[in-house]
Design a protein around this ligand. Structure first.
Ligand SMILES: Nc1ncnc2c1ncn2[C@@H]1O[C@H](COP(=O)(O)OP(=O)(O)OP(=O)(O)O)[C@@H](O)[C@H]1O
Ligand SMILES: [Mg+2]
Length: 496
């Protein structure tokens, strides 16, 4: 029997009245890929933050190579060979890509070996098959690109335990493949990998063992060969449930949005598509395919240089998000930290912020009870895990924060809703619920643009799929003709 490299023994951690972890144990062996599963708020990230010295446990011990150790901070964890890719990328916008990748290395020697740093950074990105200039500034990187930098940062270290907290949440199938190839190489070299994901198909394609947490407690550890997606979901939610949702077939209504020849220099070129009332138009593509830039241009955050946008038959030029909202658009951003949520404010305030005027009485005072009721309705519908909607949004787990962002924009009842990675980081149960809400909104006549890197999701939900690659529209596929293979081929640049 080999010994575990890293062992968590009886770990407990409490935040105020929330028992995030209660007596959790987990062993990681050399050369294994171990998946950690659980619903949003189950305690996965908290366990990882204990492993990497971000949190100190209230109880329990961490053992490394048969010795009990104390990890006081992430740098100490790194010295022990433990590195983590965190759920929310920690990127310094004032540094460039390469500097971000090597920032964790500390200052060994006074002269930074620039040329070597750039070469190594470019090398790691090439292994991930991602086109990202190592000298470009990190400011303004898309979330997917930030995640790639976060991954490269961990891969640049000499690790024995690599922890990945939803590393693939914003990545599309191709980058996920590359990442998994690298993970398998590390595994072959005896590295132990702990992997968190809400995408079941990924978990089962790569994991050797699977551990499930529920409500901060350990539920089970099994060899992956003995686990099915159904049994894993049952362990996670404590009952049987289906993780997919069937879209309603329906005749589309009037033309809502028409985009012709939309271009922005060096960003995207000649984009053409229509959205009718009641339609879901999916946007698929690899990391860096510029789907988000098109959405930002439609919503008035970026400006296009050429082309036309017609809304309800009227030509429009949208220059600000305020104007977009007035015209009946809403945009659920992919990056909840930059544009989506105000972390210190309450969950209720975050949800009702864009519609606050609706809660004011005739004296202009906000009726807190009505506001709270709205928040509680969404809390129940999307199972936002919190003891109280008055808590700051920043105290929620990643997936639960995403549910608040969604609630906020669903509550504005727009005519055209742009969703950018709507279910990123959301657990299987809540994901089916989000899909059902999207379907209901479409049935009520809302037009929906859905950017998603989750290919099964795009295929399941879209009436039509626009596939982009490096700022160009490679294909527009109808629901009946869209398959995983065709979307992938177009995204990779193979025009039939
Ligand atoms: N800094 C904090 N302050 C207060 N509560 C916290 C804090 N961090 C986590 N929690 C709470 O601890 C619980 C576990 O959160 P954690 O982030 O570990 O969940 P998770 O399993 O990673 O979920 P997700 O899949 O959504 O990322 C949640 O109820 C969360 O609200
Ligand atoms: Mg988490």
């Amino acid at each position: 029997m080999t010994e575990p490299i890293l062992e968590m023994r009886g770990i407990s951690k409490r935040f105020g009245t929330t028992q995030a972890l209660a007596d959790v144990s987990l062993a990681l062996y050399p050369g294994e890929i171990h998946a950690l599963l659980g619903e949003n708020g189950a305690g996965k990230s908290t366990l990882i933050k204990v492993m990497t010295g971000i949190h100190r446990p209230d109880q329990g011990e961490v053992w490394l190579n048969g010795r009990s150790i104390t990890i006081n901070n992430p740098l100490e964890a790194q010295r022990h060979g433990i590195a983590a890719i965190h759920q929310e990328p920690m990127i310094f916008p004032d540094l460039n890509v390469a500097e971000n990748i090597f920032i964790g290395h500390g200052n060994r020697g006074s002269i930074v070996r620039w040329r070597q740093m750039y070469r190594e950074a470019a090398d790691i990105l090439a292994r991930l098959d991602v086109k990202l200039d190592v000298r470009s500034s990190a400011r303004g990187l898309t979330l997917a690109a930030q995640q790639v930098v976060e991954i490269a940062k961990a891969l640049s270290l000499d690790v024995r335990v690599l922890i990945m907290d939803e590393p693939t949440a914003s990545l599309s199938a191709h980058e996920v493949d590359q990442l998994f190839k690298l993970a398998k190489t590390l595994k072959a070299n005896g590295v132990s990998i702990l992997f968190i994901s809400h995408r079941m198909e990924e978990v089962f394609s790569i994991a050797d063992r699977v551990t499930v947490l529920r409500d901060g407690r350990f539920v089970s550890t099994h060899p992956a060969s003995e686990v099915t997606p159904e049994s894993a979901i049952r362990d996670m939610v404590g009952r049987h449930m289906d993780d997919f949702f069937a879209k309603t077939d329906k005749e589309p209504g009037d033309l809502l949005l028409s985009v012709r020849g939309l271009s922005k220099d060096n960003v995207f070129h000649d984009i053409n598509f229509d959205v009718r009332a009641g339609e879901v138009v999916g946007f698929a593509g690899l990391v860096g395919s510029r789907r988000t830039d098109v959405a930002l241009a439609l919503f008035g955050i970026e400006t296009a240089d050429a082309g036309s946008v017609t809304l309800n038959g009227q030509p429009v030029t949208i220059r600000t998000p305020q104007q977009a909202v007035k015209l009946g658009l809403a945009y659920v951003t992919e990056d909840r930290r930059q544009l989506g949520l105000t972390m210190p404010m309450s969950i209720t305030t975050n949800i009702t912020l864009p519609t606050l005027h609706q809660y004011a009485n005739r004296f202009g005072l906000v009726q807190q009870r009505a506001e709270r009721q709205t928040a509680e309705t969404f809390q129940q519908r999307l199972s936002i895990r919190t003891p109280d909607v008055d808590r700051p949004a920043g105290t929620l787990s990643g997936g639960n924060q995403q549910k608040v962002v969604l609630s906020k924009w669903l509550n504005t009842q727009p005519r055209l809703l742009i969703l950018d990675e709507p279910t990123r980081g959301i657990d299987v149960g809540a994901k089916a619920e989000v899909h059902q809400i999207i379907d209901e909104l479409a049935q009520q006549g809302m037009g929906i643009i859905m950017i998603s890197s989750d290919l099964p999701e795009v295929l399941a939900m879209s009436d039509r799929i626009v596939v982009m690659r490096e700022g160009r529209q490679m294909a527009t596929l109808n629901r009946s003709e869209a398959t995983q293979e065709r979307v992938m081929a177009a995204a990779m640049g193979q025009t039939k």
